[in-house]
Design a binder for this molecule. Structure first.
Ligand code: ATP
Length: 380
């Protein structure tokens, strides 16, 4: 148990490594990932398909199944202080939140029983295509009250009904729709209902893995605005996973970008928007049109991510990077602050290492490099 970390920290992932043991070799899906999350903070996790975002989320939630193996690291969780009445109820009901010691514990070390109490109470997850996860033969109201009945047996039936109605109002659905079956709701409403279920026990942390990809863009945006509003109002922290970096810029407080199992840049959304530093982040941002940003020439990232069973030496992005030089093929760059005026922005790229470079690249440099690449010209 670690102590002494300031109270605002909710989660601290340290040097997490996750492999899949496949017949033709171990897939290193998450490699030495570290980050922290504050209470009420929205962290966006972005990266192309297959870069390890879902594996990281599943690892944090202890939902990995074989052949996945946690090869190292820890996931420290700092529980909130509980009010005395909740503590008394928790003692009576062993499934209810019982993590009130005020010091951290490693989620990876929880027993199955402790995990049962941890999930839903502290951490709720909304998966890809979650709206199809609703039980088709049960009303949505019943699905909410069932969760409450299992985890809050102290509540009366009347209190459960009231809480379900309150949750539906929170996600913008009229409470009389609690009587509806999932097929009677639109896709957007089903997604809202799933979010209501995730919020039912007032968790401190919600992980959403591409929750809106099945919806059209207008509904997607409405749901994202709703999620962000609820998280801010209820001080719920959120880890939001998507491959669409431009979506995250509008939603998240901070963004972490993953490539080939590693975090290669992390920063505030604003800094990523104004000046994404890693050539991969820049390429990712420019692979999607934005609704509100400046007009940019869209240039895709060439090539595809490396095989996670046989990773190249040096920077994993070097084979696709318009700016790669010799050190990038041999020395693995580490996340570090590259501009003292922006201590929150950390980048793993040799372009910002003064051992190799005298002049830091700017957004214009990155844009010119990608354009030259697209036009088949020499980059440097
Ligand atoms: N059961 C498995 N066995 C072997 N390899 C796996 C397994 N599940 C995932 N992987 C591999 O682990 C890597 C990371 O996958 P993961 O699903 O975490 O990526 P992702 O960034 O979430 O992608 P997506 O956006 O497509 O969900 C990929 O290379 C994937 O092929």
């Amino acid at each position: 148990m670690a102590t002494g970390v300031p109270a605002p920290t909710l989660l601290e992932v340290n040097n997490l490594n996750i492999d899949y043991y496949a017949a033709n070799g171990a897939v290193h899906a998450v490699r030495d990932v570290s980050f922290s999350l504050k209470r009420g903070e929205i962290l966006g996790l972005a990266g192309e398909s297959g870069c390890g975002k879902s594996t990281l989320a599943f690892g944090i939630a202890r939902l990995l199944r074989p052949p996945a193996v946690i090869a190292g690291g820890e996931v420290l969780y700092y529980p909130r202080k509980q009010p005395e009445d909740e503590l008394r109820a928790a003692r009576r009901n062993r499934k209810q939140r019982q993590f009130a010691e005020g010091s951290s514990f490693d989620i990876l070390q929880l027993t199955p029983k402790q995990l049962q109490a941890f999930r839903w109470n502290e951490l709720a997850i909304v998966f890809q295509s979650a709206m199809n996860a609703l039980n088709p033969v049960m009303t949505v109201g019943r699905q909410i009250t069932d969760v409450l009945e299992t985890h809050r047996p102290d509540m009366t039936a009347q209190q459960r009904q009231e809480r379900a109605a309150e949750l539906f109002k929170m996600v913008g659905i009229a409470p009389d729709r609690l009587k509806s079956y999932p097929h009677e709701l639109s896709g957007g409403m089903r997604q809202r209902a799933v979010i209501a279920i995730a919020l039912a026990l007032n968790p401190e942390l919600i992980i959403m893995d591409e929750p809106t990809t099945a919806l059209d863009v207008v509904v997607q945006r409405e749901i994202l605005e709703l999620i962000s509003k609820i998280c801010k109002e209820t001080s719920t922290a959120l880890i939001f996973i998507t491959h669409d970096l431009s979506l995250l810029i509008e939603l998240a407080d901070r963004i972490a970008i993953m490539y080939a199992g590693k975090m290669i840049e992390r920063s505030t959304s604003q800094a990523i928007y104004q000046q994404s530093r890693h050539p991969y982040s820049y390429g990712l941002l420019n692979s999607f049109p934005t609704l509100h940003g400046p007009r940019r020439k869209m240039v895709g990232i060439p090539g595809s991510p490396p095989d996670l069973r046989a990773l190249p030496a040096g920077c994993p992005f070097h084979a696709r990077c318009p700016f790669a030089f010799e050190a990038c093929t041999t020395v693995q760059p580490q996340l570090s602050v590259v501009d003292a005026s922006q201590p929150d922005q950390q980048v793993a790229c040799h372009l910002y290492d003064q051992t190799y470079t005298q002049q830091l690249p700017t957004v214009a440099t990155l844009a010119a490099g990608y354009e030259a690449l697209a036009e088949g010209r020499e980059v440097r």
